[in-house]
Ligand binder design. Structure first.
Ligand SMILES: [Zn+2]
Ligand SMILES: [Zn+2]
Ligand SMILES: [Zn+2]
Length: 437
């Protein structure tokens, strides 16, 4: 493990990671490759299953017809890890396993192949919590179904799966159910630079990171590599913390999500003080309540990609009840963001830009520390301004995005390289506009 951090027992939280030296914000604390990973089913047609690059045309595995690669080099490199999985996928056709079943199977293949997996990884997976004892029955039943699916999926490849797991794996990893529970509690969502989900992966050494609703570190991915960066200055001995969930939500909702998904009660400073809850609920309750109650239906439209109806509904709400609610109200912000999303999909750029601009002061307010979400939003707005010919505004937005993203993504990240190119384009377009006398 990198020398900037070490394992320790965090008071009241079990294992944790802490800084061994002073870490300035923006510094890459550590990076890690996953012991097992896979592309999400919903992205399976768009990204390379090996390097996670988004590609217009992908080569398809001729056998399972599911795995796709940007070129034969990626396919070749993926084969040792895909070979066994490929036969499992074929055996289940036309059905596809869920993401967690695929990931769990990949983990089991790795664990059963001691050449590939290091002792340290084996040890940490053994230590991963499964939370099976504290889990509500209903959730446990759901996991049991996944475990049955996992056994069925792996049957053709490893007919004596149960015996092999019992004789070769650490005590806590010997049952399909406990593996599935560990995987669902400890996997990380792998996203691209613009924070779109691409897949799931297991990074055992970083599963030790505890949660905070105002974290001092963020995780960003470059391909499948996880990079942990400081977003605050951190003192030696201080615990390194990330947020397991979207931080832009009310204390009550964050706590509920953490309890349901991660089985603990958050006692962080932000939860104790409930700071920001008041601002997030600003405005007259009867007005914002209408926005809040409309959200589930709007989220449904978004999921169905029904952009036209989504944009109409959002616009109507924003001009009726939304009119008297301040922009920083959480529900208004969510609806404005959905309207932005819908108008981008519909190619209605002017509308998109006006929605985007409305969100920025709230993003600035709620993301006090550098945060990828804030940087990406600024970049989105900058692209719209650029597209609409507002070059100087675009350059300003890109510069502001750069200040944040160079801290959260690092200067070598493809997203930053892209952003720097955009800034260069703006500068040369501005130069061209200047009268040449
Ligand atoms: Zn690739
Ligand atoms: Zn295949
Ligand atoms: Zn908290």
């Amino acid at each position: 493990m990198a020398p900037m951090l070490e394992r320790y027992v965090s008071p009241g939280k079990g294992n944790g990671l802490r800084a061994t030296a002073k870490i300035r914000r923006g510094v890459l604390v550590t990076s890690a490759e996953p012991v097992a990973y896979c592309v999400s089913n919903k992205r399976a047609r768009e990204v390379c299953h090996h390097c996670f690059t988004r590609c217009e045309t992908l080569l398809r595995c001729s056998q399972c017809k599911m795995a796709r690669y940007c070129n034969s080099a990626c396919q070749k490199r993926a084969w040792p890890g895909h070979k066994k999985e490929c036969r499992c996928l074929c055996s289940l056709l036309p059905r596809h396993p869920t993401d967690s079943v695929r990931l769990a199977a990949r983990l089991i293949f790795t664990l059963l192949n001691p050449l590939q997996s290091s002792k340290e990884e084996l040890y940490s997976i053994d230590e991963h919590e499964s939370h099976l004892d504290s889990m509500p029955e209903q959730k446990k039943e759901g996991l049991s179904e996944l475990a049955t699916m996992l056994e069925l999926y792996m049957k053709t490849e490893i007919p004596d799966l149960k015996q092999r797991m019992t004789s070769e794996l650490p005590l806590s990893c010997r049952e399909a159910l406990s593996i599935i529970a560990k995987v669902t509690c400890n996997c990380f969502t792998i996203s691209d630079g613009e924070l779109q989900e691409i897949g799931v992966g297991l990074y055992p050494s970083l599963s030790l990171l505890n949660h905070d609703c105002r974290p001092n570190c963020v995780m960003v991915f470059n391909g499948t590599e996880l990079q942990l960066r400081a977003v605050q200055d951190i003192n030696p001995g201080e615990e390194l913390r990330i947020s397991y969930i979207e931080t832009l939500s009310l204390t009550e909702d964050r706590q509920k999500q953490l309890e349901e998904q991660y089985h603990f009660t958050c006692h962080c400073q932000r939860c104790s003080s409930k700071e920001q809850d008041g601002v997030m609920l600003s405005g007259r309750e009867a007005a914002w309540r209408q926005l809040k109650e409309a959200l589930p239906r709007l989220e449904g439209l978004q999921l169905e990609s029904n952009w036209l109806e989504l944009l109409e509904s959002c616009s109507n709400l924003l001009t009726s009840a939304g009119e008297e609610v301040p922009d920083e109200n959480l529900y208004k912000l969510k609806i404005t963001d959905m309207a932005l999303d819908a108008s981008v999909h519909l190619g209605r750029w002017e509308e998109a830009l006006s929605f985007g601009l409305k969100t920025l002061p709230s993003y600035r307010l709620y993301y006090a520390d550098p945060h990828p979400v804030h940087g990406v939003q600024l970049m989105r707005v900058g692209k719209l301004q650029h597209h609409l010919g507002c070059i100087e505004d675009a350059l300003e937005s890109f510069k502001e995005a750069f200040k944040i993203l160079k801290l959260t993504h690092g200067e070598d990240h493809p997203l930053i390289v892209d952003l720097m190119m955009k800034m260069e384009e703006c500068r040369s377009e501005i130069d061209l506009q200047q009268p040449s006398n």
